[in-house]
Design a protein around this ligand. Structure first.
Ligand code: SAM
Length: 187
């Protein structure tokens, strides 16, 4: 069985093609951004968001070390994502990842929140290509995490099954609020 991290990347690998535009909604230390950058290659583009300058700088550093030049880093909330997506990308975005929670080894009070996460998901959905996917890695053991988890679950469960498939993947015998994945695939 694949770990949560491995499976989140596997779900993206399966559908993203070189040359596509993709989104990292929470770039943090840049690990997912780097993964996406390699996946789409030099003719593709990653648009990566974070609200913390420290996260943008950490990601930038990792990308420089790996000679990645296909990433646009955006210091803004993913709730404002629409401002950064050109209309001609509608129906063309291969995938997006939201790694939720707080920046590891940093201020645990700066966290993703249900309302803005859902607004961002709603912004991405019309931009996804057919069979494109949004991957949410849901960490919820921290203060505020349970609220975000519940709002997101309520929202994704309500997505029209004629338009989207929604998957949940996680280990149900692990202790201490293990993270899980929600994958939304456009039909
Ligand atoms: N994907 C990252 C990686 O590979 O290292 C880890 C992301 S970390 C778990 C969550 C990140 O979400 C933090 O860096 C935090 O600053 C960011 N964040 C919180 N609220 C946000 C928002 N509204 N928009 C964009 N990023 C946000």
């Amino acid at each position: 069985m694949k770990s949560i991290l491995k499976y989140s990347h596997h779900l993206l690998e399966e559908i993203i093609q070189p040359g596509e535009t993709v989104i990292d909604a929470t770039c943090g230390n840049g690990n997912d951004t780097l993964f996406l950058s390699k996946l789409v290659g030099e003719n593709g583009e990653v648009i990566a968001f974070d609200i913390q300058e420290k996260a943008i700088n950490n990601t930038d550093q990792l990308l420089i070390e790996n000679n990645c030049t296909n990433v646009s880093l955006v210091l803004d909330s993913h709730a404002n994502m629409e401002n950064y997506l050109s209309k001609d990308l509608a129906g063309k975005i291969g995938g997006a990842i939201f790694n939720l929670g707080y920046l590891p080894k940093s201020d645990k009070s700066i966290i993703t929140k249900g309302e803005s996460t859902i607004k961002a998901i709603q912004s991405v959905l019309p931009y996804l290509k057919p069979n494109g996917r949004i991957i949410l890695v849901v960490y919820y053991g921290h203060d505020g995490g349970e609220n975000e988890k519940n709002s997101i679950l309520k929202y994704v469960i309500s997505l029209d099954q004629k338009k989207f498939d929604v998957l949940r993947y996680g280990f149900i015998n692990q202790k201490n609020n293990p993270p899980f994945i929600i994958a939304i695939q456009k039909k």
